[in-house]
Design a protein around this ligand. Structure first.
Ligand SMILES: Nc1ncnc2c1ncn2[C@@H]1O[C@H](COP(=O)(O)OP(=O)(O)OP(=O)(O)O)[C@@H](O)[C@H]1O
Length: 502
């Protein structure tokens, strides 16, 4: 197939707001692909190259001015081979070879193809909703229900591989996907509850009420002595958390997959700020010691527990890591649950999670069987740009433009601006960091690619004629940046609209 067909389908998907129409055009294309073209094409149309990181910077791509070809001639396989070579380059001479390769690719590409390649390789195409839409399209093209496709994707974490299995082998191939120790699965997520009373009313008496600790999510895989640790976005951080690795190696089991939260504690035993925990996920190991608090067990000594009820998974957790469980109570009375929430807040935590003990582990889903009860209202938004400050903030990037995710895969939708809550440290950080994510600028504003997620505290939202989504934030202030999330984890415009009064 010609690469131009992929580019045309991507444009068609981007030009309609209808989810159904997007799925239809993707499915039509998927049906026309040769077997070896499925992996690259699915990856590209879901927003990233199948090799994920290719090490070619924004500058290399945008500085290169090569006249586009008049007519399309590149094939899917030719482009995939070039990207494969780009991804494999390292060491002496690689900068030169990289420019050469990109130059070759661009010379053979039409203007539309060049633009698509730039957006693909710089991550600009990467939007969470595209992944959801592509999952649906794979099911449609293969003539299968969505559930087995979604399950295989959650277990493999790889949509292109899932697509090949669905399109070539159908249900039989999909059913071969299993939880595999060492390969991370998408984490189960929670829905916000209106308050504790609502969560208790909805989930009934068969529940676990747990501290909602304000750290960073970790997924731990151990097979014998080998331990691997992943973040919420399935990035491996094993080398930077040696204390967690040795703790997991000492657990009384052979093989295990655990889900939990990790954080650093102050001498008083209270949690240290989230930023300090996150700093440990970077390159250096730092001084702060991280503690794990596990709340789920997905696999223990040869037994896959994903489809078991939470009650059984907690029994396994008790066997595997009895000393490292998150504080929790099972089947409390309403009064005891309320006391537990008060105690969690008093101890410096965010609130509680209320979970149905009967529910399986719904990997990658934000369901209602886990509900979070927090005291303040916060949402995660995408930073679209920042304005240069004035007065005391002259020379610093300050006022943030905030966008909510479009659940249909379009670009983020702006819902407000704020400079409240920005400390001097954050202002300095923004000024240094934002230009690395710059897509364009004018005299007043640096615009960013949709890559940075910030957690915003707000009093509510109101109807707005100024903003394209019809809603605007009220009294928004920055709580913190969320380096553990990417744009696909941000809240959607529907969530923001859901906060409208009445
Ligand atoms: N006991 C717990 N059970 C599950 N998750 C917990 C618990 N304590 C803390 N957490 C954290 O809370 C998150 C659950 O909320 P949610 O699924 O909405 O994720 P989130 O979008 O990261 O939410 P938030 O921004 O509130 O942390 C988990 O990702 C995890 O990091």
């Amino acid at each position: 197939m010609l690469f131009a067909e992929i580019v045309a389908t991507s444009a068609a998907v981007g030009s309609t707001r209808s989810r159904k129409a997007k799925i239809e055009s993707l499915a039509t294309l998927l049906r026309a692909l040769a077997p070896e073209e499925i992996e690259p094409a699915v990856a590209w149309l879901a927003g990233e190259p199948r090799q994920r990181r290719i090490g070619t910077g924004w500058r290399t791509l945008t500085d290169l001015r090569v006249d586009p070809a008049d007519a399309p001639s590149l094939t899917v396989m030719a482009v995939d081979e070039m990207i494969e070579e780009l991804a494999g380059l390292s060491g002496a001479g690689s900068v030169l070879r990289r420019r050469e390769l990109v130059g070759e690719l661009f010379a053979a590409a039409t203007a539309e193809e060049q633009s698509f390649v730039i957006r693909l390789l710089t991550g600009e195409l990467r939007q969470g909703a595209l992944v959801g839409i592509m999952t649906d399209a794979v099911a449609t093209a293969a003539g299968l229900p969505i559930a087995p496709v979604r399950r295989a994707f959650m277990l493999s974490g790889a949509l292109p591989t899932t697509a090949v299995a669905a399109l070539r082998g159908g249900l039989d191939e999909l059913s071969k996907f299993e939880l595999e120790v060492g390969r991370p699965v998408q984490p189960m997520l929670a829905s916000p509850a209106e308050g504790l009373a609502d969560a208790l009313a909805e989930l009934g008496a068969d529940i676990s009420v747990e501290y909602k600790m304000d750290g960073a999510r970790i997924q731990v895989h151990r097979n014998g002595d080998e331990v691997r640790i992943f973040t919420r976005t399935l990035r491996e951080i094993t080398p930077s958390v040696p204390e967690l690795v040795s703790l997991v190696q000492a657990l009384p089991c052979e093989s295990v997959v655990l889900d939990g939260e990790t954080l650093a504690l102050a001498d008083s035993g209270r949690p240290r700020p989230f930023q300090e925990t996150m700093s440990r996920f970077g390159a250096d190991t730092g001084e702060l010691l991280l503690h794990p608090y596990f709340f789920d067990c997905l696999y223990l000594d040869g037994v896959d527990l994903l489809d078991e009820p939470l009650s059984a998974r907690l029994d396994a957790l008790e066997r595997a890591a009895p000393d490292h469980r998150i504080p929790s109570v099972q089947r409390p009375t309403d009064e005891a649950a309320t006391d537990y929430l008060v105690a969690a807040l008093r101890d410096g935590h965010e609130g509680v999670m209320v979970k149905s003990l009967a529910a399986p582990y719904a990997a990658g889903r934000r369901g209602r069987t886990w509900q979070k009860v927090k005291q303040v209202h916060t949402i995660d938004l995408i930073v679209l740009g920042a304005e240069w400050g004035y007065g005391r903030r002259t020379g610093l990037l300050s006022n943030l433009h905030l966008g909510a995710r479009d659940p249909d895969g379009g670009p983020p939708i702006m819902v407000g601006k704020t400079f409240k809550g920005l400390t001097d440290k954050l202002l300095a950080w923004q000024t240094e960091e934002f230009p690395k994510h710059e897509s364009s600028r004018d005299a007043q504003t640096v615009y960013l690619r949709p890559e940075i997620v910030v957690e915003i505290e707000l009093d509510g939202v109101q109807v707005s004629r100024r903003y394209p989504g019809g809603v605007a934030l009220r009294f928004a202030r920055v709580l913190r940046y969320r380096p553990d999330k990417d744009a696909r984890d941000a809240d959607t415009i529907d969530t923001v609209r859901g906060l409208l009064p009445g």
